[in-house]
Design a protein around this ligand. Structure first.
Ligand code: ADP
Ligand code: MG
Length: 309
């Protein structure tokens, strides 16, 4: 059973519907009515030592990244971040470690004007950090996974595959210049907000471009064509042999760039206002499924991505 069918089977329809819920389980964030003009956007992501980050990862990076991945989910809805709640399960009370960890948390919170408003601290065998992030959108403005229209362009917000290459360097014991791409991802919060009113659907790339774009296609009931040579990537990823390069780009995760769909008209308008921030990589099609092309040649690469079960 996949992580997604587990959630759908046991949790998706397990509780009361509340009139304030605009969007429940199934998107990057939930959306709830809180006033006549404003909706609350909320999400939670958990990071576990040895699973989501290597045991050697610095305390600073663990603190920073735990918040960054949640702000990325807010970004993918076009929300303005407001606050976080921090759940900490610690094997021991190590003051030096906690000081560095807290600095990582506060640095990214300060950068995005986010306040730590609560949390929970417990002892546990495995270091686990669970962050809940809260943000706001104007009523009806959240950008969902569903909404892609046939003929829309598919875009990303930056280089794809860098974090995955960094991870493979680390796992094989190689020196890497790409460590920061993995440890200190920059959530695209400003861009996410700018795309409100332009993008027809959006997701952040946490589990791999192939799988995460797949969520947009499923939610919209549409298919897509990707032009692999148009996907932006770091020089080190670009220099890899074809198969490795596109494994990192399509099936690697942890980049926390945005993937979204946008009409040709809105693409042109957005580009005129904010040049060089969004990159066209393909098109939404009526034909279901994902078709991959490289320089007009059809190619076949299995989409895997990250699933927990
Ligand atoms: P993301 O990759 O953006 O963090 P996930 O794949 O973790 O999203 O989650 C998919 C959806 O399932 C989200 O809407 C999330 O809130 C929901 N979800 C995940 N786990 C649970 C759970 N245990 N109970 C209820 N909803 C859940
Ligand atoms: Mg997400």
């Amino acid at each position: 059973m996949s992580e997604f069918s587990l959630i759908n089977t046991h949790f998706k329809n397990s509780t009361n519907r509340h009139q304030n819920t605009v969007l429940g389980i199934g998107d990057d964030c939930a959306v709830s009515t809180i006033s006549a003009n404003t909706e609350l956007v909320s999400c939670m992501d958990t990071l576990i030592a040895g699973r989501h980050f290597a045991f050697e990862t610095t305390a600073y990076a663990i603190g920073y990244k735990s918040v960054a991945v949640n702000l990325s989910d807010l970004a993918s809805m076009g929300a303005t971040p407001y606050a976080i709640l921090l759940g900490l399960s610690l094997p021991k009370n190590n003051a030096d470690w906690l000081k560095e960890f807290a600095l990582g948390v506060s640095d990214i919170c300060n950068q995005f004007h986010v306040e730590l408003i609560g949390g929970d601290t417990t002892k546990s065998d495995v270091l686990t950090i669970s962050v809940t992030a809260l943000g706001f959108v104007k009523k009806g403005q959240a950008i969902k996974r569903g909404g892609a229209k046939i003929g829309d362009m598919i875009c990303v917000s930056g280089n794809i595959g860098t974090a995955s290459l960094a991870l493979s360097h680390i796992l094989t014991g190689q020196q890497t210049t790409l460590q920061n791409a993995l440890d200190l991802p920059m959530p695209k919060v400003d861009l996410g907000q700018k795309l409100v009113g332009y993008a027809s659907s959006m997701i952040d790339i946490s589990d791999g471009l192939g799988q995460d774009l797949g969520h947009i296609l499923t939610a919209g009931g549409v298919g897509a064509v990707l032009h692999l040579e148009d996907i932006p990537c770091d020089d080190e990823v670009d220099a890899l042999p074809f198969d490795k390069k596109y494994q990192h780009i399509l099936n690697g995760g942890d980049d926390y760039e945005l993937c979204f769909t946008i009409s040709k008209d809105n693409f042109d308008k957005f580009n005129a206002l904010h040049p060089n921030q969004i990159f066209k990589i393909g098109k939404i099609t009526e034909q279901q499924g994902l078709q991959l092309y490289h320089r007009h040649q059809k190619v076949d690469i299995a989409i895997q991505g990250w699933e927990h079960f």
